[in-house]
Design a protein around this ligand. Structure first.
Ligand SMILES: [Zn+2]
Length: 430
């Protein structure tokens, strides 16, 4: 129960803003964040995915940090909220060669996350937009196609296709090919909770500079119906309003491994958000807080917000007790500012962020955005929990590929983003 009247609260809130405008004293550097990101992206965490329980190893590390920082757990000595979901894993061979040229997984090719097992040597049929758009050529293609071939399509040409129905027949493999190969310039991998009936493979454009004849594949995924994982939840009890919660969230899972030779370390997505969350937890544990402050690291985000959906179905304290939730994802850049999803929904809190950002001269911009189902704030938001999702923007383009590494991640506006979020926390803790 909050005993302050609305008027008094507004008065205190305004005084706080004035105070913050002149007294920004939170000391901060990114040394600890760098250390957290380095740990979470190390090969033994397996890309915080599904092979060798990489995600559970990351959860144990986060729980260890929670304890060290001094967070309390809702269950005695246990920060974990276990759950399970189906996932297509790649613990075994993911190999491809084209005309004897061995392709490097992650660099030269990726397989679709829902890829089924495939083993053998296959011919190609190249399909261009002309064939797809010309009914005579299309008929000829359907008549003469060989069934055990891979169809090759250049992603460049896909955008120019007029006959979408013909292209859709390819996408759904109604032409009964062995599989599809896309020629691409940049890869974006993900996680699948299903296994498809046919393989889709993306190959880098430079591999096809000269004419190619055959592909040799050995891809051995393993579909698991109940992959066991967990959310990690801790908190610091408020002194004045212990039943009122400010909540900070970040997903710790990433895409994991694509065979023994490629893993996706997910430095920006979202080791950086976990680092920010732990940094905030360190600050909160040292100061006196009116409200309780909870910290949740979700699993299964990349597989479709599964961890946060589970948490909102089985919360550790009633969702209406959340005064505000702040979800953090992609905290590694910021030279182009931050974007606040749900900014249009919670205008007063958004204006507070802009005010703090301008007064303290932090990020180049704080941009407003409407609702979006693009991270773990979403199911909270749908259940009426006031929430923001913040992500930073920059020139770093390594997203869902093997290049999103600790070494590549700049962390160039991390401290400014930290100042913004931690000052927002102080303002909201009235
Ligand atoms: Zn993410």
């Amino acid at each position: 129960m909050n005993l302050l009247s609305v008027n008094n609260r507004i008065k205190i809130y305004s005084v706080f803003l004035l105070f913050l405008a002149t007294n920004n004293t939170i000391a901060q550097d990114s040394t600890y964040a760098r250390q957290v990101i380095k740990t979470l992206t190390a090969p033994n965490f397996e890309g915080r995915g599904y092979v060798n329980e990489g995600d559970s190893k990351a959860a144990k590390y986060i729980a260890y940090e929670f304890k060290r920082i001094g967070l309390q757990s809702f269950e005695e000595n246990n920060y974990f909220q276990p759950f399970s979901f189906p996932v297509n894993k790649f613990p075994y061979d993911v190999k491809a060669d084209i005309d004897g040229l061995e392709l490097i997984p992650g660099k030269d090719f990726i397989v679709s996350p829902d890829c089924p097992p495939v083993l053998g040597e296959y011919d190609f049929i190249r399909l261009d937009s002309q064939t797809l758009d010309n009914s005579a050529l299309w008929k000829k293609f359907l008549k003469h196609r060989k069934r055990n071939c891979f169809i090759i399509i250049d992603k460049h040409t896909v955008a120019n296709i007029i006959q979408k129905e013909n292209y859709n027949m390819i996408v759904h493999n109604e032409v009964k090919a062995r599989g599809i190969i896309y020629i691409e310039d940049k890869f974006t991998w993900s996680v699948s909770t299903k296994q498809a009936k046919f393989p889709v493979i993306s190959v880098k454009r430079e591999i096809f500079k000269s004419f190619r004849y055959h592909i040799n594949l050995n891809i051995q995924p393993q579909f698991t119906a109940g992959h066991e994982t967990q959310n990690v939840v801790g908190y610091i009890k408020g002194t004045k309003y212990p039943d009122s919660f400010l909540v900070f969230t970040a997903h710790y899972d990433h895409l994991g491994r694509m065979g023994p030779d490629a893993y996706f370390s997910g430095a920006n997505d979202n080791a950086s958000g976990v680092a920010m969350l732990l940094d905030l937890a360190k600050q909160v544990s040292k100061q006196k807080n009116n409200c309780s402050v909870a910290f949740i690291c979700f699993a299964g985000e990349e597989a479709g917000l599964i961890g946060s959906l589970y948490y909102t179905s089985y919360p550790f304290f009633p969702l209406p007790q959340i005064r505000f939730l702040f979800n953090m994802d992609l905290m590694g850049t910021g030279e182009n500012g931050a974007t606040i999803v749900n900014g249009t929904e919670y205008r007063k809190q958004f204006d507070t962020l802009v005010y703090l950002n301008n007064t303290l001269s932090l990020l180049p911009a704080v941009n407003i955005r409407g609702k979006a189902s693009n991270s773990d704030h979403y199911f909270f938001s749908e259940k009426g929990v006031p929430s923001f999702f913040i992500y930073l923007m920059g020139n770093y383009t390594n997203y869902h590929d093997i290049y999103d590494t600790n070494e590549a991640l700049p962390l160039n506006r991390y401290n400014q983003a930290y100042q913004l979020i931690s000052n927002f926390l102080k303002v909201m803790d009235y």
